[in-house]
Design a protein around this ligand. Structure first.
Ligand SMILES: [Zn+2]
Length: 79
């Protein structure tokens, strides 16, 4: 499974400002669970939302905490 390399302390500000070549990962601050985040999963009203507003809506599927953080970066291909 490819490793996700996030850009440290960087956010596009708005979710729609995320460069298309970047991948998004949602991380739960409470339990450390990470999962790929798809821009297409956002409801129409959230497509141009601020990243922090999207983060507020994230709920961890593992522990139920609303402590999500979005990480922006790329998957590294490992061989
Ligand atoms: Zn969690």
């Amino acid at each position: 499974m490819p490793r996700f390399q996030s850009i440290k302390d960087w956010s596009p500000g708005y979710i729609n400002a995320t460069p298309s070549h970047l991948d998004i990962m949602a991380e739960c601050i409470a339990c450390g669970e990470t999962r790929p985040f798809s821009r297409d999963s956002l409801p129409p009203g959230m497509q141009h939302a601020e990243v922090r507003d999207v983060e507020r809506r994230l709920k961890c599927a593992s522990c139920g905490a609303k402590a999500g953080k979005l990480l922006f970066g790329n998957y590294l291909e490992e061989d």
